[in-house]
Design a protein around this ligand. Structure first.
Ligand code: NAD
Ligand code: TDX
Length: 335
């Protein structure tokens, strides 16, 4: 099977490529990535020389480049996206372009080339916030941020391309991922690396917002299962079943690093901040998936990974990210 993985130089995409190459000796991967600020070929160190792996540096919004990469492709797995909520609040345009228009370009390519499977990687954020209970796949979409609205737009197109043109689309909606190679703008790697540097961890609002956490390889295993055995036209929620509020996560990271609470800095809340995400995952479990990792162990391992891999994140934090973060402070978004 030859798979076009878009956004494979990002956090989840690179973990997914490693998993596919390890698990399926007969699979070939074309990693198609624009290398935005979040795309990083360091995430794929050690596999560049694998004859089953090929990298294409291009934009999913470029129909010609996508068409050129489609030769012999059996399946598309679309991870490519602008993925950070705070950036979408600062400037939604790139989100609309990549997450909506780029998804359309890929669906058109899937249609023209009659691919056997098109997997759209989506998020629990498209359902919006829920105080009690959990969302199932048939619940209506109520996205709150420009990011989640753009992801919902991608989902809607994937569904429409299945209904109208018979493109074999499947959507996965996962909860918050964490693990190695996550860009240090998301709460877990940001807080770990800030604390390691003796800097403050900027906790939004009262820290009571709840997310459901999934270790990245558990999500990748579920995506692999859905890619091979999922039912076309369906949507699968993928959650770790580890709901935790932000203050508690912050305290777990402080404890793992043997630091104290002085490093917590209370900052104004995110605009439109969703209070809680929660998804019902019985559908993907019926397909034969269950998370393999415990939250506490994998969080500790993740902390150890950032402790042991300063080479990976220090250059990110000293480069573009430092500039972005400074601008956020100057504009008052994080002060
Ligand atoms: P990421 O920001 O780490 O990586 C995104 C990747 O997409 C980067 O390599 C980037 O260069 C690439 N990219 C962006 N725009 C592109 C374009 N126009 N053309 C080609 N490549 C482009 O993101 P992530 O955290 O790995 O998330 C991957 C996917 O999973 C996204 O679709 C995201 O919405 C979804 N998701 C993420 C989470 C999470 O917790 N991180 C949870 C649920 C769903
Ligand atoms: O500095 C911070 N301080 C803080 O309190 C940051 C970056 C976040 N937070 C809070 C906001 C959220 O309640 O932590 C929680 C998690 O925030 P993020 O790491 O930005 O993730 P979230 O907004 O939940 O979105 C993530 O999960 C779903 C990913 O970024 C999305 O790509 C994915 O779809």
């Amino acid at each position: 099977m030859k798979i076009l993985v878009t956004g494979g130089a990002g956090f989840i995409g690179s973990n997914f490529i490693r998993l596919l190459l390890d698990k399926h000796p007969d699979h070939e991967i074309v990693n198609f990535d624009k290398l935005t600020y979040a795309g990083n070929l360091d995430n794929l160190k050690g596999i560049e020389a694998d004859p089953r792996y090929q990298f294409v540096h291009a934009d999913i919004c470029d129909a010609e480049a996508v068409g050129a990469a489609m030769a012999g492709i059996d399946a598309i797995v679309n991870f490519a996206a602008e993925s950070h909520v705070d950036r979408s609040i600062g400037g939604p345009a790139d989100f609309i372009q990549t997450d909506i228009y780029g998804t359309y370009v890929l669906l058109e390519a899937a249609r023209r080339h009659n691919v056997g499977r098109y997997i759209q990687i989506s998020t629990d954020e498209v359902y919006g916030s829920i105080r009690d209970g959990s969302f199932t796949e048939t619940d209506r979409l109520q996205p709150s941020s420009p990011y989640s609205a753009s992801k919902a737009g991608g989902d809607m197109q994937a569904m429409a391309y299945h209904t109208t043109f018979g493109v074999p689309t499947i959507i996965t909606r996962s909860s918050n991922n964490f693990g190695p190679y996550q860009y240090p703008e998301k709460i877990i790697p940001l807080f770990i690396t800030n604390m390691m540097e003796g800097k403050k961890a900027p906790l939004y609002g009262d820290g009571a917002n709840v997310r459901d956490w999934i270790y990245v390889t558990d999500n990748c295993e579920a995506i692999d299962l859905v890619l091979h055995d999922g039912e076309v036209g369906e949507i699968y929620n993928i959650g770790g079943g580890n709901e935790c509020d932000n203050l508690s996560i912050t305290r777990l990271i402080l404890a793992a690093l043997h630091k104290d609470e002085e490093l917590i800095e209370r900052v104004p809340d995110r605009l439109g901040h969703d209070f809680r995400y929660s998804i019902d995952c019985s559908k993907v479990k019926k397909l034969g998936w269950a998370p393999a990792r415990s939250f506490e162990d994998s969080l500790r391992e993740t902390v150890d990974w950032y402790v042991g891999n300063r080479w990976w994140w220090e250059k990110i934090k000293n480069g573009e990210f430092a500039k972005y973060y400074k601008e956020q402070y100057e504009s008052g978004n994080k002060s």
